[in-house]
Unconditional design. Structure first.
Ligand SMILES: Nc1ncnc2c1ncn2[C@@H]1O[C@H](COP(=O)(O)OP(=O)(O)O)[C@@H](O)[C@H]1O
Ligand SMILES: [Mg+2]
Length: 236
C-alpha cells in the first residue's frame, strides 16, 4: 500500500473537521475523495502532508508511519501537494515559482530533463517563463502549481480542488492531464473535489465525505451509477 490512513480525526478548537476517516491508495492508483464545501477535504490533505496535526489516527506512506515526520520530510519522502487555489507566488516569475518546487530535495542531475518534460506538458509555462506569475490566468496558475509539485518527481501527488473557479472547458483539461499523468507516467494521485462528476470520471476508486465522515466508498464507475450518489452529488 502506498498510502494508508486510518481513523483520522482533525479538529480546530471545537470544530471537528475530520471525524474518523479511513482510506487507502495503492501504487499507481488515482483515488478521489469527494464532498461538499466544508466536508473536511482540505483538512485531510493537510493532515497527509503534515501541515495540520492529527488528533487521532495514523497515516502510513510506503509502510512507514508519517506522524513523526514534518511536512518537509514527507515532501522529501515523495509526497507533494497542489494546494487549494494554486497558491503561486504572484511576484515571482513562472520559472522561479517552478524552481521553488525543487527546493534542494532532488538529485539535480535530472533537473533540465524534468523542466523540459514539464514544458512539454505545459507549453504556456515555457512561453511565460520570465513573466510574474500574477500575469497568468487562473487556469494557467493551476498548471504552474501542478508543474511545481511535479518538478520533484513525486511518488504521490495530492490535489486539492483543482477545478475550483475554472471554466468547464478548463476543468476537463486539467482532469484529463491528471488522468494522463496517472496512466502514462504511473503517478499515484489523490484528488479531493467538490466536482464529483469530473473527478469520478478519471478515478479508479473514490470515497464520499460528508461533514467529516466517509459515507460511501467504492469503484468510481459504480459510484457514478449509484442512485444515492447521483442524486446528492451529481444532481441527477
Ligand atoms: N484553520 C481552521 N480553523 C478553524 N476551522 C477550520 C479551519 N480550517 C477548516 N476549518 C473548518 O473545518 C471544516 C472542514 O474544512 P475543510 O477541511 O477546509 O473542508 P473542505 O476542504 O471540504 O471545504 C469546516 O467546517 C471549516 O470551516
Ligand atoms: Mg477545501
Amino acid at each position: 500500500m502506498l498510502l494508508e490512513a486510518r481513523d483520522l480525526h482533525i479538529s480546530y478548537g471545537d470544530i471537528r473537521a475530520v471525524d474518523g476517516v479511513s482510506f487507502m491508495l495503492r501504487q499507481g492508483e488515482l483515488v478521489s475523495i469527494i464532498g461538499a464545501n466544508g466536508a473536511g477535504k482540505s483538512s485531510i490533505l493537510n493532515g497527509v502532508m503534515g501541515i495540520v496535526p492529527l488528533n487521532r489516527g495514523t497515516i502510513s506512506f510506503e509502510g512507514t508511519e508519517t506522524t513523526p515526520l514534518a511536512a518537509y520530510q514527507r515532501a522529501r519522502a515523495g509526497i507533494r501537494m497542489v494546494p487549494e487555489r494554486a497558491r503561486v507566488f504572484p511576484r515571482l516569475t513562472v520559472y522561479e515559482n517552478l524552481m521553488i518546487g525543487d527546493y534542494g530535495l532532488r538529485k539535480r542531475l535530472n533537473l533540465a530533463k524534468q523542466i523540459a518534460w514539464l514544458h512539454e506538458l505545459f507549453p504556456i509555462l515555457r512561453d511565460r517563463n520570465d513573466q510574474p506569475a500574477n500575469t497568468l490566468s487562473g487556469g494557467e496558475q493551476q498548471q504552474l502549481s501542478i508543474a511545481r509539485a511535479l518538478i520533484s518527481d513525486p511518488k504521490l501527488l495530492l490535489v486539492d480542488e483543482v477545478s475550483m473557479g475554472l471554466m468547464p472547458k478548463l476543468v476537463d483539461q486539467v482532469f484529463n492531464l491528471l488522468r494522463q499523468l496517472n496512466r502514462d507516467h504511473g503517478l499515484s494521485i489523490l484528488v479531493v473535489e467538490q466536482n464529483a462528476m469530473a473527478s469520478l470520471k478519471i478515478s479508479h476508486r473514490a470515497y464520499v465525505l460528508e461533514t467529516g465522515t466517509c459515507v460511501h466508498e467504492g469503484k468510481a464507475d459504480e459510484l457514478l451509477e449509484d442512485p444515492r450518489v447521483r442524486q446528492v452529488y451529481l444532481g441527477q
